[in-house]
Design a protein around this ligand. Structure first.
Ligand code: FES
Length: 247
């Protein structure tokens, strides 16, 4: 089985040329050399030698050449970019291009935000605030009866998102203190029980109303996190500016 003297591969079919790299077989090289020598003076001419040398140009040489050529081309492209200055053409080599500004703040954890003092709360009167991002409408309310997740001396202070978990209609102004519920939603009548983690008690929604976790320090009330995904957000911490956090 012939072996290519250039790329060292074996080839299975007959013929004067390697099917892999295109180099000529030893026999073919020899034949061409003899033919060239006979044509002139019985010795290989300069042209014939050059021809043979060019024929021996191997695939490996070609690849090395291609890599070197590619590197040179890359330098040729990048060098002018590095030398480009400012709009007035006064920049110098190595000067960093300006970096475009992205979002000012990206949250990775829930902020701790002061939302009210305990003295501000009146039973049955919700106080509104955004949390944890601007536009995530929420409220805190003192129910006057113990609730799951409630804080304060009577464990009756709770906070929730105002956005209905069915299709996001706002539930602002729909708190019913008599039954400790929020709703019915003006869109499709969903109603949430605020004493039971915002559980759905009526309507189309299938998810609890997201509950804001709270902490009390002295007379101050803090929002510290959210249980459940706020409607319209792929993540409670993405796609809007954070509210101002307080520690
Ligand atoms: S959006 Fe509230 S029930 Fe449909």
């Amino acid at each position: 089985m012939p072996q290519c003297s250039s790329c060292r591969r074996y080839w299975h079919v007959g013929g004067p040329q390697c099917p892999t790299c295109g180099a000529l077989s030893k026999e073919e090289l020899q034949r061409r050399s003899e033919a060239a020598s006979e044509e002139v003076t019985g010795r290989p001419s300069v042209e014939a030698t050059d021809e043979l040398e060019s024929i021996r140009f191997s695939r490996r040489d070609f690849i090395i050449g291609a890599v070197a050529g590619g590197a040179a081309a890359t330098v040729a492209v990048l060098l002018p970019v590095a030398l480009i200055g400012d709009e007035d053409g006064e920049g110098s080599a190595g000067e960093e291009p300006p970096i475009e500004e992205g979002p000012a703040v990206v949250l990775t954890t829930f902020p701790r935000q002061r939302i009210a003092s305990l003295a501000d709360l009146r039973q049955g009167e919700p106080l509104d605030f955004d949390y944890p991002l601007q536009g995530q409408q929420s409220f805190v309310v003192k129910l006057g009866e113990r609730a799951l997740g409630g804080v304060g001396e009577d464990e009756d202070i709770v906070a929730f998102s105002y956005l209905c978990t069915h299709m996001g209609c706002p539930l602002v102004g729909l708190y019913k203190d008599e039954h400790k519920i929020l709703g019915p939603c003006a869109c499709h009548f969903t109603t949430f029980d605020l004493t039971k983690n915002g559980m759905v008690v009526l309507g189309q929604a299938t998810q609890n109303l997201p509950q804001i976790t709270l902490a009390v320090e002295g007379d101050d009330l803090y929002a510290t996190g959210v249980m459940g995904l706020i409607y319209g957000f792929r993540d409670n911490l993405l796609d809007a500016q954070p509210v101002e956090a307080a520690s």
